[in-house]
Design a protein around this ligand. Structure first.
Ligand code: SF4
Length: 188
């Protein structure tokens, strides 16, 4: 297998995406890491919108994430809400302004255009990259942060009626598509 070639391709694509993110973020006075934090918080579920989960997802230090959250809060892009179950736990919620920034910046337009030029719109590429990411996460013993509906704890109880088998709480249709810190791939 052409590992060197694939590594070069992934690295180059990653660099191009970072360049696009940097340019898009600058319009709002933000760095790529700030946009990545906003994007995670827009796509994760209610069990996963905490500083600890964000730190794990981004693979950064607590200090860096703490600075990121301070800046985003100062700019009015997110707000911290104490948990009603445990006042020591803080949940992070995007504001309308935070969602507007995301809509204006990610995914980069360059990527959208390039994927539109592929014959299947990127479906084959998505399947291959999903498998590659999963293999690397397993090898690295990292959490998968996958979408809820693909988790082994996910239960379908009827049309648009779902439940988390881990917490035994009901899940909405929207939550079934969100990222979760506790996700474990079905069949893993
Ligand atoms: S079913 Fe899995 S992914 Fe969904 S909320 Fe429960 S633990 Fe998280």
């Amino acid at each position: 297998m052409a590992t060197d070639r694939l590594y070069a391709l992934l690295e180059r694509i990653g660099n191009l995406l970072r360049t696009e993110e940097r340019a898009a973020g600058l319009r709002h006075g933000l760095q790529p890491v700030h946009l990545q934090a906003l994007r995670y918080l827009a796509t994760c579920n209610r069990y996963s919108n905490t500083p600890a989960a964000l730190t794990e997802y981004l693979g950064l230090t607590k200090g860096t994430v703490s600075q990121t959250l301070l800046l985003l809060e100062d700019k009015g892009l997110l707000r911290k809400v104490a948990s009603t179950e445990d006042r020591r736990v803080v949940h992070l919620h995007l504001t309308d302004a935070g969602r507007a920034v995301l809509r204006d910046t990610l995914p980069p337009e360059l990527l959208t255009q390039a994927l539109g030029g592929l014959t299947d719109g990127g479906d084959t590429l998505e399947a291959s990259l999903t498998g590659l990411l999963r293999s690397m996460q397993v090898a690295n013993t990292q959490r998968s942060f996958g979408a809820c509906a693909s988790c082994r704890h996910f239960r379908r109880e009827g049309p648009e009626r779902f439940r988390c088998g881990l917490t035994d709480e009901p899940l909405t249709q929207a939550e079934s598509q969100q990222l979760c810190r506790e996700h474990e791939a079905a069949g893993a």
